[in-house]
Design a protein around this ligand. Structure first.
Ligand code: TXA
Ligand code: MG
Length: 343
């Protein structure tokens, strides 16, 4: 069956009107679902922060329908940014650039920069073209939680608090866009995504800095804990996974496992997902799998460490952050479970 991913004229008209009225509209992109607001409507922007429970110092990405509108948002487009936009837009790349004067501080988090992206999902394109302006949109999840890759995830997250959710099916990529800052003559990767470091370097024709080599750009909202299920999650080295599952389940603990192979042994009290060994499929399914494991009634989620290869960088990054969030919650707890599982 062919999945229809285009909005009907009525859906589209309703969504555009809602945005103009300052309401929020959730919409699909090829990465994750976004919670969109008119980027020039402060009350609507404020609603995003309220609904997500997100600090207003964390800036938002402005979505536009094409590169030709970039200069409405950015006062300067360095050559590297121009090349990257031409190569990867529409697509999973966000550019951080010097902001144009009229961009609202709720979009920029009070910084002198703005993040902009042109999404490729046909329904996002339809919406942006019909709306005719910028749509500020974070991922459509509560602050710190797992990003949605299906319309029903947005519903689970917000219920009736978001009146309009455009259903564009499953997001093709499944992890948030690659974020790149082009500022002060540097090109710097701020968040790994489907567009990899070497792809960026090939297009720029020079070195692309990373947060670890040159942590110069502030990325409010990206530090530490994020992307977390409510069940504590730990990332476990491949060679330790089976032994750990065996010992925890023998001790009577229910565990949820996200691995890249089927279980070698038979374990009681275990929900085991084999997410496979293809980076693209793993990324596509990662958040949906974490949601499934989070609902499995287990005490812990154990995730097999992913390969050290740039195609896995985005998944690696999100898993580290999910684990960091769990570690922080466990530390605030009595620490009894933290003692059982490393990492
Ligand atoms: O794939 C995506 O990028 C999705 C879809 C909906 O487009 N959006 C998304 O938005 O992931 P959000 O808000 O969940 O993540 C945006 C990240 C935040 O970590 C924020 O700090 C960073 O972008 N960001 C936004 N503006 C920035 C700026 N001016 N400077 C540095 N970082 C910025
Ligand atoms: Mg997010």
């Amino acid at each position: 069956m062919v999945r229809v991913v285009r909005a009907t004229p009525i859906e589209l008209a309703t969504a555009v009107q809602a945005l103009r009225d300052g309401e929020l509209v959730a919409f699909p992109t090829e990465t994750v679902y976004g919670l969109g607001a008119h980027a020039g409507y402060p009350a609507a922007l404020r609603r995003i922060f309220e609904l997500k429970g997100r600090p207003t110092t964390h800036p938002l990405i402005v979505h536009i329908d094409s590169l030709r509108y970039l200069t409405r948002w950015a006062r300067e487009v360095p050559e590297a940014a121009q090349k990257l936009a031409e190569r990867f837009w529409p697509g999973p790349l966000t550019l951080v650039l010097p902001r144009a004067e009229n961009v609202h501080r709720l979009v920029t988090g009070g910084q002198d920069t703005v993040a902009v992206r042109v999404p490729a999902h046909p329904m996002a394109q339809q919406l942006l073209t019909a709306f005719g302006g910028g749509i500020a949109a974070p991922s459509a999840n509560r602050y710190g939680r797992i990003s949605p890759t299906r319309a029903e995830h947005v519903r689970e997250e917000f219920g009736a608090d978001v009146r309009l959710v455009l259903d564009g099916g499953e997001c093709k990529l499944g992890l948030e866009s690659t974020i790149v800052a082009c500022l002060n003559g540097n090109v710097q990767l701020l968040r790994p995504g489907a567009v990899t470091l070497s792809q960026l370097e090939r297009v720029v024709g020079g070195e692309v800095l990373t947060q670890s080599t040159a942590p110069t750009v502030r990325v409010p909202g990206s530090a530490g804990a994020h992307y977390a299920p409510t069940t504590p999650l730990s990332v476990i080295p491949s060679e330790e996974l089976e032994a750990l599952v065996a010992s925890l389940t023998e001790g009577g603990l229910r565990v949820a496992v996200l691995a890249q192979h089927p279980p070698l042994g038979t374990y009681r009290l275990t929900t085991w997902i084999n997410a496979g060994q293809r980076a693209e499929t793993y990324a596509h399914d990662l958040y949906a799998h974490l949601r499934t494991l989070d609902k499995a009634g287990c005490a812990r989620i154990l995730v097999q460490q992913v390969p050290a290869d740039e195609r896995w960088d985005a998944a690696y990054d999100r898993l580290q952050r999910a684990a960091a969030a769990s570690a922080a919650e466990l530390a605030a707890d009595d620490g009894s479970l933290a003692a059982v599982v490393p990492g």
